[in-house]
Ligand binder design. Structure first.
Ligand SMILES: Nc1ncnc2c1ncn2[C@@H]1O[C@H](COP(=O)(O)OP(=O)(O)O)[C@@H](O)[C@H]1O
Ligand SMILES: [Mg+2]
Length: 328
């Protein structure tokens, strides 16, 4: 079996993009420990300026059995993640992670929320606001949380994301719309624990583990996962906000309920391969806040720590992801 690990290459990559290249190296090492040859395949902005046939041919000429798809678009253009998955689909070569359709439905948080609402699943009450649209504030109960509609990895989540008073609301919305012209999600702020749950395979999936984040210890102004807290090791909240994997023996009814919600949501969206669902508690109820179709799977990621808790080594979980893809 020969694997191509697809990854972005760009100048001035943001921390979250730079981390993907560290991940590619970990995966290459893990696969070679399982006697699987893997080469890195760099996707560059220029690849999308030519006809897509060129990129399709470039990949097909390398003749891999499987593409390990770590390409998540570029710092300035998350949408390319979807274009690239479409290109992979056209090559006919199997690839890890999720289909272009699933990536599309999750990159647009409003689309994803609406699908979950239709399925009767709990999401925070809120609205999606595009540039030029007015805010009918009557619908919103303060405090609210504001996040970009079409980003991931906590991009655009900062000290201004939590808004508690009406005077600040319009100012912050205008500021954030300038940075994120694709739109904002403005929703009820959930102040309780946050959960990440990772899965692999096809429905009904194999659940790897549940992690919890306790915001009671962090900066009172930022009780949420800001970009800083997620990516910048020097930020005061970085170490306080490392998700803690819950031991299986300690699972109670809440964990069972959470897993159930995740499976239903993922099936509705069409997730497969590997993915992670984020949830948060508000007023003793759990809501789905985010579905991550291709989450970070480096050896120190939340995903991998959950896999370790389920008894896998890093080599084993990476090998399993490839096996499930090649065998499907
Ligand atoms: N409605 C909400 N209430 C409270 N915190 C939220 C809410 N939505 C998002 N967050 C916080 O913001 C972080 C990033 O939001 P999320 O929807 O997971 O987007 P992404 O991870 O794709 O950037 C979450 O990890 C969570 O801490
Ligand atoms: Mg998230």
């Amino acid at each position: 079996v020969k694997v191509l690990i697809a990854i972005a290459r760009e100048n001035n990559a943001r921390q979250d993009n730079a981390d993907a290249s560290r991940c590619a190296k970990s995966i290459k090492t893990a696969l070679s420990a399982k006697n699987i040859a893997a080469d890195l395949f760099f996707v560059e902005p220029g690849d999308f300026l030519k006809s897509e046939k060129n990129l399709i041919k470039k990949i097909k000429d390398l003749n891999p059995d499987c593409v390990f798809n770590l390409f998540e678009g570029f710092s300035y253009d998350a949408q390319r993640e979807i274009d690239f998955a479409c290109i992979l689909e056209k090559t006919g070569i199997v690839f890890t992670g999720n289909t272009s359709k699933v990536l599309q439905q999750c990159l647009d948080k409003n689309l994803c929320k609406n699908l979950l609402i239709k399925a009767g699943l709990p999401v925070p009450a809120g609205i999606c606001l595009k540039p030029g649209e007015g805010l009918s504030s009557s619908k919103l109960k303060l405090p609210v949380f504001i996040k970009p509609c079409c980003e991931d990895a906590s991009v655009g989540i900062d000290k201004d994301s939590l808004v508690s008073n009406q005077e600040d609301l319009n100012k912050i919305i205008n500021l954030k719309l300038q940075k994120h012209p694709e739109g904002l999600i403005i929703e009820e702020f959930l102040s309780g624990n946050e959960y990440n749950v990772s899965f692999i395979g096809q429905p009904p999936y194999e659940m790897l583990g549940i992690s919890v984040m306790d915001y009671s210890k962090v900066d009172a102004q930022k009780p949420f996962m800001s970009y800083e807290a997620k990516w910048e090791e020097k930020s005061p909240d970085f170490n306080k906000l490392i998700p803690r994997v819950i031991k299986r023996k300690q699972y109670g009814d809440l964990e069972k309920q959470i897993t159930n919600l995740c499976v239903q949501a993922a099936q509705k969206i069409g997730c497969a391969g590997y993915f992670r669902v984020d949830l948060r508690q508000g007023n003793n109820k759990v809501f789905i806040i985010d579905i991550n179709p291709n989450p970070d799977i480096n050896n120190d990621s939340g995903f991998s720590r959950q896999a370790y808790s389920a008894g896998y080594t890093y080599e084993e979980i990476i090998f399993k992801i490839v096996s499930l893809t090649v065998g499907k």
